[in-house]
Design a binder for this molecule. Structure first.
Ligand code: NGO
Length: 517
């Protein structure tokens, strides 16, 4: 054992010889060279080296249930990646040979801030909050995975030093369209796992559209009995029971990801109009729809039953959605006259307020009388940007020509759409949410979200091909300061994430411009 020999080398030259063969193994990267994504704000390398086998336990100082469960997951990760079993302790007089997880409220004013220090026999992870600790653990795990994949059998140590880190934006989101094609609970969990590696903290669920209604509403059962039974191209569709949805919400919250439910209103509602005749102005149910054209459907804004429906849907979903936002859609209601649209939205916004949620909607909502706290999601192509009148709302940037993960990479991409242009990975990375939209006050922008619309996507491999690697760049835009980012440096770090995605069986797009390791 090296520890034993260290103590004895001054008295026995024979042992000194043996010792030199067991000096700490060199890490694969220095701390500053670990190709982490998102790039942390501050990294300082030290001359220390941590042999992996020096770590024997995880120490949780604040015995909080959720920190303990993070410690359990880290323990499982350690076992899987190093084949070593760590013990879990809640008290220890000395901090060595351990990974210590603790809250440090003085770290920063940012709730997600963390500090990760690697010494010669200890790893200290401090978080401003539990969320900060979680982000720090994800950095450590990414460092281990990247080192292991590059070092293979040679990997047996981590580089010493300190990382001090916090995000630029509080909202770093992804959106999944489960309406055009339905994806199972386990697919969604897999997506959530991948989001959490890259520190994304919101998952917006597009739960209803013309082609499908995907969440059980107990007071309107035909929505899923009829509206959930098909999808684009005529497949069998599907839906989440409320228990499924709760399971997803819980799974996401354990990874500090907030679920944002969206029910798209008053357009994009054919699945509901096919399920209940009374929601149509002419009292006749529509046919189920499996095409991909948009903008032909609308709820009947002058019927009282429409608002009973909206109230029940928002109430039932709000009851099982602990997050702050309820997304009411509002995009492309092309057959709802503007006056009707505004009247409908004014009533719907009141309902959202009644159930204590902050309203969120696509930017077309601005024609209605929106409360200041409304979160508007900007999605248009850049040349439409001037149409947005900002008011006092908070804005989330999802510019289609940069953030839409369903846009093709280039002309030969087999999946996806291209109405907003091709979005190669450099374009998806090289933009700044604060300056992209002319005329917006940067203070209004609370973050960014990358939507993945699923008209052309049928299974998890399709999702993965369009989302990765662009979503990784998107995660870095949300986390890392614009002044610290360059495409060249990012492209270099990204090259190490191909093997990481491959090890997780993620069917990512192997872009030619990256020199994949
Ligand atoms: C648009 C449209 C969606 C499509 C998507 C495809 C928004 C907000 N509404 O984005 O219905 O699925 O484009 O890229």
């Amino acid at each position: 054992m090296c520890y034993f020999l260290k103590k004895t080398f001054s008295v026995a030259s024979v042992i000194l010889l043996t010792m030199s063969s067991c000096s700490p193994p060199q890490p694969i990267f220095s701390l500053e060279e670990v190709p982490l994504i998102p790039l942390p704000s501050n990294v300082k390398t030290s001359d220390k080296v941590l042999p992996m086998d020096a770590i024997q336990s995880i120490l949780v100082k604040d015995s909080d249930k959720s920190i303990l469960s993070m410690a359990e997951s880290l323990r499982a990760f350690w076992k899987e990646n190093t084949q070593r079993e760590l013990t879990l302790s809640e008290e220890s007089p000395e901090v060595h040979n351990t990974i210590s997880l603790e809250i440090d409220e003085n770290l920063s004013s940012n709730d997600e801030a963390y500090a990760l220090e690697i010494g010669s026999n200890v790893i200290l992870i401090k978080g401003k909050t539990k969320e900060g600790i979680f982000r720090g653990i994800k950095t450590l795990e990414q460092m281990i995975t990247l080192s292991q994949l590059q070092g293979k059998a040679k990997f047996s140590s981590l580089p010493g030093g300190v990382i001090i880190d916090e995000p630029t934006y509080g909202y770093r989101g992804a959106m999944l369209d489960v309406a055009r094609h339905f994806f199972s609970v386990s697919d969604v969990k897999r997506y959530i796992d991948l989001l959490s590696i890259y520190k994304i903290n919101f998952l917006h669920f597009h739960l209803s559209d013309d082609q499908g209604w995907r969440i059980e509403i107990k007071s309107w059962p035909r929505l899923t009995e009829i509206g959930g039974q098909t999808q684009v191209g005529g497949g069998e569709g599907g839906f989440y029971t409320q228990d499924d949805f709760k399971e997803i919400v819980q799974y996401a919250s354990e990874r500090f990801i907030t679920i944002v439910p969206e029910i798209d209103l008053p357009g994009h509602t054919n699945a509901a109009l096919a399920s209940y005749a009374e929601l149509n102005c002419n009292g006749k149910a529509t046919e189920l729809y499996t095409g991909i054209k948009v903008g032909f459907s609308t709820l009947c804004v002058d019927k009282d039953i429409t608002y009973d429906f909206v109230d029940d849907v928002i109430r039932e979903i709000s009851e099982i959605s602990p997050g702050p936002y309820f997304h009411i859609g509002g995009d492309e209601s092309l057959v709802t006259p503007e006056e009707d649209f505004n009247r409908f939205m004014d009533r719907t916004l009141e309902i959202v307020k009644k159930y204590n949620k902050t309203p969120m909607g696509w930017y077309e909502l601005i024609t209605a009388d929106i409360p200041d706290e409304t979160l508007l999601q900007y999605w248009a192509k850049t040349d439409d940007f001037s149409k947005v009148i900002p008011k006092n709302s908070k804005i989330l940037i999802s510019a289609s020509s940069y953030s839409y993960l369903d846009m093709k990479y280039d002309s030969i991409t087999p999946l996806g759409l291209y109405w907003a242009g091709y979005v190669p990975i450099q374009k998806a990375y090289e933009w700044d949410p604060r300056t992209l939209v002319k005329g917006l006050d940067p203070e209004q922008i609370i973050g960014l979200e990358a939507p993945l619309w699923s008209e052309t996507l049928e299974d998890f491999d399709d999702i993965a091909y369009m989302a990765f690697p662009r979503l990784i760049g998107h995660a870095e835009i949300g986390w890392t300061k614009a002044s610290q980012k360059t495409w060249e440096d990012y492209a270099h770090r990204l090259s190490f994430h191909g093997p990481l995605l491959q090890a997780l069986n993620v069917n990512y797009y192997p872009a030619e411009e990256i020199n994949w390791k």
